[in-house]
Ligand binder design. Structure first.
Ligand code: 3PG
Length: 205
């Protein structure tokens, strides 16, 4: 299962990329830092080309992020995304993901949304925006009523607060801190490798 692969890596870099030509060196830089995966957000015009560029890269797991509609999901699957992440929960999107056979990690911010996502079959959810919602404290609180749910905290997480998310309820920690848009655009891949390594060490296990 994709969730098992994500859990093993333990860190999910969120990427905003302008030039798909940067995606292969970016993937190598992340893998070199011990983080062989990325969520490419569909926020830039050529994001799907970036997904496609690394879809067949051996040992690298690529997903599409900021997926907010079924047609985007279709295009992400066609580009080779192995998983999809959405900032919120939407039943239609969830059904579309099941139809295409791709793992979708929907976003939640409340207990009601965890319930709605669970009713649609999602036991792994993105907690967004994690830091603003209370961070690790929020996850521990939700863990009580939802002991079987695994969370992917995302939003406001950097090296400074990464360690607080070393929790059993956390599947993997999502952050754009590792590969900032400007560092990718400038081709500073050594810096990205160093960030990946430091962040991976901070989240433990
Ligand atoms: C996002 O989708 O933007 C993620 O939640 C990343 O948030 P961050 O930029 O605060 O790490």
């Amino acid at each position: 299962m994709i969730e098992d692969e994500l859990a093993r890596i333990r860190v999910l870099p969120v990427v905003v990329i302008d030039d798909p030509g940067r995606c292969v060196p970016l993937a190598h830089a992340l893998a070199e830092g011990g983080v062989p995966c990325a969520e490419i957000t569909l926020r830039t015009p050529d994001a799907l080309d970036a997904v496609a560029a690394v879809a067949d890269l051996e040992g690298f797991l690529v997903g599409a992020g900021t997926v907010v509609g079924s047609s985007q999901l279709d295009r992400a699957v066609d580009a080779g995304a192995r998983f999809a992440v959405s900032p919120g929960f939407d039943r239609e999107l969830s059904l579309a993901a099941s139809g295409r056979g791709i793992a979708l990690i929907p976003g939640v911010a409340t207990a009601s949304e965890v319930l709605a996502a669970g009713a649609a079959g999602h036991s792994t959810v993105k907690l967004f925006p994690a830091a603003q919602l209370g961070g690790a404290g929020m996850i521990s609180a939700l863990r009580g009523p939802f002991p079987d749910v695994r969370f992917v905290p995302s939003g406001g997480i950097s090296l400074d607060n990464a360690a607080e998310y070393d929790l059993d309820a956390v599947l993997t920690v999502s952050t754009s801190w590792i590969a900032p848009r400007a560092e990718i655009a400038a081709g500073r891949f050594d810096e990205i490798t160093a960030r990946a390594r430091a962040f991976r060490a901070a989240v433990g296990r």
